[in-house]
Ligand binder design. Structure first.
Ligand SMILES: C[S@@+](CC[C@H](N)C(=O)[O-])C[C@H]1O[C@@H](n2cnc3c(N)ncnc32)[C@H](O)[C@@H]1O
Length: 283
């Protein structure tokens, strides 16, 4: 089955994401706002959120008067989205291969949106072509995706302390392999979208501040919580926590906190965030 590895990863990782949903929503709020502004969702639109996760954009879409449909490969994510946005239709499905109009009958989509939900396909051309087939002529797609890991300290700050202790360390993946930074190469991304039949493709840098200082704190605990909820945190809990015991584990967490304090900007954990804001039209 295609995208099997990602299905497993996201089913395993969804609980950590949902648990920290409020932190992600605060840190990624500028991205959410940028996607929504470019999408210009209007009352009466049918909007598809690809890789909808726990439903941030679905909530915004229904709030704007659209009829919102979420597709996510992870059952746990979809359940969370249904709880959060009961008025949206949310399906557990692989957006690369599922006939979306058959799965959620209704009119063709006027808008496709995604916040960090489209970089995980085994075959991105097949996926973007499949999504396009469910769209109205003239429909607009807007998504945001990460640029390189080097430009985004959010991938390593704090978690590098844990990674160094994990034996064997997770393999670094091929730059274009499915994963958060799969679309860092804008020329490659433009070709993929064009090969999938999309037109008027725009790929513009969108830079923002990943600001963990939620509610006026220094953001250290928020950043730590999001690391522990991620894949690295999961591996650490499985492999290191039993081996280190309660005191050793707390000592490791203190090391992470100390590393994070090295990233304080004006007393708060903040990193530059480097993404592409992508727009495209179905001819
Ligand atoms: C980084 S999370 C982003 C979640 C959400 N968009 C947000 O911003 O909170 C990526 C999401 O894409 C979903 N996903 C990955 N591969 C997918 C696929 N082939 N079809 C549908 N969803 C997929 C994952 O299950 C996960 O919920």
């Amino acid at each position: 089955m295609v995208n099997e590895q990602m299905r497993e990863n996201w089913n395993a990782g969804a609980a950590g994401w949902v648990e920290n949903e409020a932190i992600f929503d605060a840190v990624f709020a500028p991205v959410t706002a940028a996607v929504l502004k470019a999408a210009e969702v209007e009352p009466g639109h049918r909007m598809l959120d690809v890789g909808c996760g726990s439903g941030t954009l679905l909530a915004a879409g229904t709030g704007a008067g659209a009829s919102a449909v979420g597709v996510d490969i992870s059952e746990v994510m979809a359940e969370a989205a249904r709880r959060r946005v009961p008025e949206a239709d949310v399906i557990v499905a692989d957006a690369q291969v599922t006939d979306l109009l058959e799965a959620v009958p209704g009119k063709r989509f006027d808008r496709v949106v995604s916040r960090f939900g489209v970089m995980f396909f085994d075959d991105p051309v097949a996926a973007f072509a499949n999504i396009r087939r469910a769209c109205e002529p003239g429909a607009r797609m807007v998504f945001d995706c990460w640029r390189t890991e080097e430009e985004n300290p959010v991938f390593t700050a704090g978690s590098s302390v844990i990674l160094e202790r994990l034996e064997p360390q997770p393999e670094p993946s091929d730059l274009n392999a499915p994963g958060p930074t799969a679309f860092a190469d804008a020329d490659r991304l433009a070709s993929l979208l064009s090969d999938a039949g999309w037109e008027s493709i725009g790929i513009a840098p969108f830079d923002f501040e990943c600001d963990y200082g939620i509610g006026g704190g220094d953001g250290v605990e928020e950043r730590l919580a999001s690391i522990l909820g991620s894949g690295v945190g999961r591996l650490a809990k499985e492999r290191l926590q039993p081996e280190l015991g309660p005191e050793g584990w707390e000592a490791l967490l203190d090391e992470v906190r100390a590393e994070l304090r090295g990233h304080l900007v004006d007393g708060v954990v903040k990193f530059p965030g480097a993404t592409w804001l992508v727009t495209a039209t179905n001819p």
